[in-house]
Write a protein that binds this ligand. Structure first.
Ligand code: FAD
Ligand code: DLZ
Length: 509
């Protein structure tokens, strides 16, 4: 019998992939390829490329150990065809295969490329999620608006996590009100687990250094897990040491402390080294054993079976144009400070530096610092989307686009969120220590030293008044704008305009 090709992509590194279950290890050939098209569709952070290539190489070894024939193409292989369809055609030529078994990719671009591939391609649903695309469509059907909270409750009922019969354990679905504490420096807080590169990873690091010398980001130190075993170790370390206080401090930000109580497991989940179920099982078990309070267990499980599943559902429901939406018609170019150029704003400087060093920032840093600034400064969401897709190790379009284009830039016009995440300096000052020592003053609203977030916040609300003033969650904000005297409003808008002009001219603002 002629061999079939079984495609495994760089974010499909799970032993129970649908395509592997459908294939026959005695007959079929697994195809894995490090290719230029995937490595360059965005200027990925070097750590992200290294993580994916090294995890792919380790996974190929595991598959071989498990009895599979694996045709693996390295990035610098002279025969490398440079794209996934190209590599499939080359392997089809070599083996005589005409059929490909694949699991649906997590990006429309690649789904379309697979559909156009001149081989017989069977695309199976990716069932590594709690909610299938079909089930999400059924849930969304007929709803006037899609809200994560309602979806999340369905997922709690469906999975049984933190449930007592039909009711939420502890009596509440959501404990966010207990979860908004700023953090103090704590020398006893554990760091996330880090891993020393083995020979395979060292070889990949040398390759990435050679091939992608100009990509934004530091390649070393590289301490990500690149195998399932190590990713599981990182998960248990988090559950034991950091999860108990995850809830209260999940929104906090501190200079020089990029991780606080966060898990740093999204890269592992998104490439397939961990499954959402095993992560939630570990959290549920710790909560049942009395090791983790309900507000931390609930806060965490909500991110996984709530937000993560919800944004995936939205990405596929909304279709291929979703990442290109621009509901607020924002056209300004992304300023160079996002790529590490000088800025006087301490919060942006800190989050960008940390992103450059670690290919990581936690949710509130992404949403309320870099995302909030881009939103209120009116940056083109396509440029913001490309930045987020490039700089984070966990960035794959199905999860990145709804978070960036939807939640953070409101460029989907309100599909993911009911109101824009726009905020003045007040929020950052309350939740972080960034404002101490900044060139600007969080409490200053106008004049010399006024924080740009204060100016741009009102500028944004004023420019989009038609769209937002009828939003019942924003009426009070417009009422307080209207209560300011006219001269003050004019000063704010003029100073904001001046700031934007200077920023767009390339000044270090
Ligand atoms: P924790 O804070 O410890 O949370 C635990 C897990 O919950 C995460 O590992 C993640 O899998 C999941 N999670 C939490 N929030 C979300 C969310 N909003 N959407 C999806 N999953 C979530 N997450 C990505 O995985 N990839 C991205 O490309 C990505 N881009 C983002 C862009 C913007 C503008 C924003 C605001 C958020 C983005 N997120 C993205 C969501 C979130 O910031 C990251 O999942 C989180 O910071 C990962 O770090 P952690 O593992 O330490 O998470
Ligand atoms: C992100 C990425 C990178 C950098 N390189 C590869 C690669 O060389 N080979 C591969 O199979 N996958 C890679 N990936 C992951 C894909 O881009 C990912 O599968 C799609 O974006 C769909 O989520």
């Amino acid at each position: 019998m002629v061999s079939r090709l079984v495609l495994i992509l760089g974010d499909q590194l799970s032993p129970d992939m649908a395509c592997l279950r459908d294939a026959d290890r005695a007959r079929d050939t697994v195809v894995m390829a490090e290719v230029r098209s995937e490595a360059t569709y965005a200027p990925h952070h070097p750590k992200k490329i290294a993580l994916i290539f090294s995890a792919m190489r380790h996974f190929a070894e595991e598959l071989r150990g498990d009895g599979w024939t694996v045709a693996y193409t390295r990035y610098d292989d002279p025969e490398n065809a440079g794209s996934i369809p190209g590599e499939l055609l080359r392997r089809a030529d070599e083996t005589g295969a005409t059929e490909v078994i694949a699991t649906e990719p997590g990006e429309w671009r690649l789904i379309e490329a697979m559909r156009d591939c001149p081989l017989e391609v069977k695309l199976l649903p990716d069932d590594r999620f709690v909610c299938s695309r079909k089930d999400f469509e059924a849930w969304a059907e007929g709803r006037k608006e899609l809200r994560m909270e309602w979806f999340y409750r369905e997922m709690r009922r469906r999975t049984g996590y933190l449930m007592k019969g039909d009711d939420p354990a502890g009596g509440k679905w959501n404990y966010d009100k207990l979860n908004r504490k700023p953090a103090a420096r704590d020398l006893l807080r554990s760091a996330p687990m880090s891993f020393t590169p083995d020979d395979i990873t060292e070889e990949v690091l040398a390759l990435v250094q050679r091939e992608f010398p100009d990509n934004f980001g530091s390649l070393r130190p590289f301490d990500f897990a690149v195998t399932r075993g190590d990713a599981r170790r990182a998960l248990s370390h988090f559950v034991r040491r950091l999860l108990p206080e995850f809830g209260p401090y999940q929104d906090a930000m501190l200079t020089g402390e990029p991780y606080l109580n966060h898990a740093l497991i999204s890269p592992y989940l998104n490439v397939g080294l961990l499954s959402p179920q095993e992560v939630c099982d570990a959290v549920q078990a710790a909560w049942e054993a009395g090791e983790v309070p309900i507000q931390s267990a609930e806060g965490f499980i909500r991110q996984i079976i709530g937000w993560r599943e919800f944004v995936r559902g939205v990405y596929f429901l909304e279709g291929p144009d979703y990442p290109h939406r621009n509901a607020l018609n924002h056209q300004r170019k992304l300023p160079p400070l996002y790529w590490g150029a000088e800025t006087r704003m301490a919060c942006l400087r800190e989050v960008v530096a940390q992103t450059r060093d670690n290919a990581y920032a936690h949710h509130i840093q992404r949403l309320m610092v870099t995302g909030n600034f881009a939103l209120i400064a009116g940056i083109d969401p396509a440029e913001v989307h490309e930045w987020y897709l490039s700089v984070y190790a966990d960035a794959f379009e199905w999860v990145e686009a709804p978070n960036t284009v939807g939640m953070s830039q409101f460029a989907d016009g309100g599909v993911v969120g009911s109101k824009p995440y726009a905020s003045s300096a007040n929020y950052i000052d309350r939740m972080s220590d960034y404002c101490t020592g900044c060139d600007y003053f969080a409490e200053k609203k106008t004049g010399k030293g006024a924080c740009p977030f204060n100016l741009l916040y009102w500028h944004f609300l004023n420019r989009h008044r038609d769209r937002f003033e009828k939003n019942h969650r924003m009426g009070a904000i417009y009422a307080s704008w209207d209560r300011m005297d006219e001269a003050r409003r004019e000063t704010i808008l003029e100073e904001a305009d001046d700031f934007l002009t200077r920023m767009s001219r390339g000044e270090a603002v």
